[in-house]
Design a protein around this ligand. Structure first.
Ligand code: UDP
Ligand code: MG
Length: 311
């Protein structure tokens, strides 16, 4: 298995567009995806590269994308192990040579035929082109429910900017936004929220999300919940604030009760002890999550490592 990342120099700064494809165990669908992608992009009058990021696949993904990259317009980057899609996308953004980047899933849920439309929107002057799902064919009920809860939580907890609904990672990111993202720490936050936070001129284009063409989703309900928690923790301190309010109100009521100013039925000491313990557990959990984030940010480790040939 070899990485041909050294071909980057060949694409040079004149490359207008990078098609960034994170892949993890996608051997069943890659050939079909690649053919459709090239077919769509070749129709455009644009210089491009396709950058496959192999996120530690254990199947034949690595061999397949290395085969593709015999074509000088295609590059493959192999991460040392599975670091997760967020890390794979960030590695791809750091590595991309194109002025703009379009991120696509390789399971054909994001139709490659929409790439020309995205480029058209970019040329109109939009820095970010978000592809917004009109429908979610093939997504399980638990995926739909988790997605709904995710957007509701974002609305409630994130302040100062809007997170567009039904927009995932299928988007075009223009040169200014790419420069801003690259200037930030690897752990600056979940990419789709970070892109909204940047505040560049953005447009949404509707599309029908297709069912996965082959293979299986890599996301469990737990990993979706983790993504939701990461999205909130990186961009909002509202959970901490809410906890402060809950603690403050409890303190006030408790003080009134101790002073005999107010009575709340006849609470037993066991009740009060239980309430105090629950409050403490909640606080430890909320603060613990933020401490974990701080540790991730100050950690000297990058969020992924790739295999490169020694010069
Ligand atoms: N992916 C990845 N690393 C991972 C999980 C997924 O690079 O750890 C890639 C995967 O190969 C696909 C894209 O991310 O190209 C979306 O993954 P998936 O289809 O499993 O997610 P879903 O569409 O179900 O949200
Ligand atoms: Mg998918």
């Amino acid at each position: 298995m070899t990485s041909n990342a050294h071909l980057a120099a060949d694409s040079g700064p004149s490359t207008e567009l990078t098609l960034l494809i994170p892949c993890f165990n996608e051997q069943c669908v890659l050939a079909q995806f690649h053919a459709r992608l090239l077919n769509a992009v070749e129709q455009l009058n644009i210089t491009f590269e396709v950058l496959y990021i192999n996120d530690g696949s254990q199947d034949d993904t690595a061999a397949i994308i290395d085969q593709f990259s015999l074509d000088p317009r295609i590059r493959s980057l192999h991460l040392n192990r599975n670091f997760g899609k967020e890390a794979a996308m960030r590695a791809g953004i750091n590595e991309a040579q194109g002025r703009a980047v379009i991120i696509l899933d390789c399971d054909l849920q994001d139709p490659p035929e929409l790439v020309p439309l995205m480029v058209q929107e970019w040329r109109k002057g939009f820095e970010i082109v978000n592809m917004q799902r009109r429908s979610r064919h093939g997504d399980s009920w638990h995926k739909r429910v988790t997605a709904r809860c995710y957007y509701a939580a974002m609305d409630q907890l994130i302040d100062g900017f809007d997170v567009p609904r039904e927009v995932s990672d299928f988007r075009l990111i223009g040169p200014n936004a790419l420069a801003a993202i690259r200037a930030m720490d690897d752990n600056a936050g979940v990419l789709k929220i970070l892109v909204s936070w940047l505040g560049y001129p953005t447009t949404e284009v509707n599309y029908d999300r297709k069912p996965r063409q082959a293979g299986q989703t890599k996301w469990s309900t737990l990993s979706l919940l983790n993504l939701g928690a990461d999205s909130i923790l990186a961009f909002s301190t509202r959970p901490l604030r809410l906890y402060s309010y809950v603690s403050g109100i409890s303190f006030l009521l408790g003080s009134l009760w101790i002073a005999g100013v107010a009575t709340f039925g006849e609470p037993t000491y066991q009740h009060l002890l239980m309430q105090a313990i629950l409050l403490l557990c909640l606080g430890t959990a909320v603060v613990g999550e933020y401490v974990a984030r701080v540790l991730a940010i100050i950690s000297p480790r990058p969020n992924s490592l790739c295999k490169r040939e020694q010069p």
